[in-house]
Structure formats: structure tokens, C-alpha cells
Design a protein around this ligand. Structure first.
Ligand code: G3P
Ligand code: MG
Length: 240
């Protein structure tokens, strides 16, 4: 059923963002895909966390990239919610293991716009291949140099241009950087952009669509998927 529902940082409207609990909840709620964010640890492990620093979403402090996985795996991301006790920062490999036996798509957002993690693209591509997820993966980034690198390095994997505002003729820009899809902020989406993208064979998946009205507007525009914190709510709307 279209549009597909991607769970943004997992079902992050209910469970702590980018945790295994949020990803399991998204699967339970019938999401068609999951969006998550990755950074690199000091020992080059691909870890699932949105910010470059630990402070907002864990009980740790400082830069993610200054800590080894051994240090990161001890941090707590439950924020004192008893039901989420034990939730922490996952490895990307743990999420791939969860999703490999399912039909869900996985959007890995490389957070390499602020910290240009050396070797991040290679590490992500290697993991996706290890779990045989090439056909269900979408690699995205606000760093479009990274998108161009990924498109060259793994042409069998879908790449998506992330952007926030009025990119001019984005369906042409996607082709220019070698991407097969567009991930715009939902306020940057118009029916004309979606129509032109469709004619160019470029998919459109806006973020972060959380209200019923915005969902209806995106669905009417004909987007391929919406990225939302509340996958269960929109699945219920689709069934109704
Ligand atoms: O990938 C869509 C969306 O997640 C981009 O923004 O800051 O939520 O990662 P952000
Ligand atoms: Mg993201």
C-alpha cells in the first residue's frame, strides 16, 4: 500500500529514538521501512545515533567518535523509563540482523556532514553486503559528496539526496549526483516536484511527516513513502 511508511529513528514517537526497542516497535506496527542515523566510533564501528555527541540521547557525554564501541555499549538510552531499561546505542549490524529476515526496507542516513568520518561509506556498504540487504537498502546523507561516493562505490544500492529547502529541479540534481531518490523536508515537496521526479524514475520520501494533515497532503502529492515518528498511526489511517 502506498505511500510506504518509514519509521523515523524507529517508532521514535513512542520509544527512545534509534534504539532496538524503537526498531522492534516499528516492525510490530507494520512499518514498511525504517530510517536510522549512523556515526562512527573511535574504533570504526558503525553505531546508530543521531547526534555527533552523546549528551542528548544517552547518559554519556562528549563526541561519539572519541569513544570505542566497548565504551559506547555501556551507555543508557532509556532516560529512566523503566520499560526501556537496558536500551542503548545499537550497532548497525544489530539492526541489519533484525531486518534481514523481514520484508522491511532500511534507510541508513550517514551523519557525515559535520564530522567527515574517514571510511564510513566503506564500512556501511560492507555491512549491508554482509547481511545481503542490497536490494532493500536506501543510503542517504545531507553530505552530497558522500552520496556521489556511495553511488560510485555501490551502484547496486539505492542512494538518496537529503535536503531541507528549495532545491532547484531536484529530480535532475538527483541524477547529477548519481542518486535514485529524493528525501526532502516535507515543506519542500510540491505535487509538481513529485510528478517530475516520477517521470524521471526518481522516488520521493519526505521527512518528518507527523500530522494527519501533512500525511494526507503528501499522499495526495503521490510520494513513494513518508518518514514519520508515528508509523502505527498512519498504518491505521491506511487501513481505515
Ligand atoms: O532522513 C530523514 C531525516 O532523518 C533527516 O533529518 O535530522 O532527523 O536525521 P534528521
Ligand atoms: Mg535521520
Amino acid at each position: 500500500m502506498y505511500p510506504l511508511i518509514y519509521a523515523h529513528r524507529g517508532a521514535s514517537g513512542h520509544a527512545p529514538e534509534n534504539t532496538m526497542a524503537a526498531f522492534r516497535l516499528a516492525v510490530q506496527e507494520g512499518a514498511g521501512g525504517i530510517e536510522l542515523d549512523v556515526q562512527l566510533s573511535a574504533d570504526k564501528q558503525v553505531v546508530v545515533i543521531h547526534d555527533e555527541t552523546l549528551d542528548r540521547t544517552t547518559d554519556g557525554t562528549g563526541a561519539v567518535g572519541s569513544r570505542t564501541w566497548e565504551e559506547l555499549c555501556r551507555l543508557d538510552a532509556s532516560f529512566g523509563q523503566e520499560v526501556y531499561r537496558g536500551e542503548g546505542i545499537p550497532l548497525l549490524s544489530q539492526v541489519l540482523e533484525l531486518l534481514a529476515p523481514t520484508q522491511l526496507e532500511l534507510n541508513i542516513e550517514l551523519k557525515n556532514g559535520i564530522v567527515p568520518y574517514d571510511g564510513m561509506e566503506e564500512a556501511v556498504v560492507r555491512l549491508v553486503r554482509q547481511y545481503g540487504m542490497e536490494k532493500r537498502i536506501v543510503l542517504s546523507s545531507f553530505n552530497h559528496y558522500s552520496i556521489a561516493r556511495l553511488a560510485g562505490m555501490a551502484p547496486d544500492m539505492e542512494t538518496a539526496v537529503l535536503y531541507s529547502e528549495g532545491l532547484y529541479r531536484p529530480w535532475e540534481y538527483a541524477a547529477f549526483v548519481g542518486a535514485r531518490s529524493l528525501h526532502p523536508h516535507y515543506l519542500a515537496v510540491t505535487p509538481e516536484i513529485v510528478m517530475n521526479a516520477r517521470m524521471a524514475g526518481v522516488k520521493v520520501r519526505p521527512w518528518t511527516v507527523n500530522s494527519d494533515d501533512d500525511y494526507r497532503r503528501m499522499a495526495a502529492a503521490g510520494v513513494d513513502a513518508v518518514i514519520t515518528n508515528y508509523p502505527g498511526r498512519f498504518k491505521a489511517m491506511q487501513k481505515a
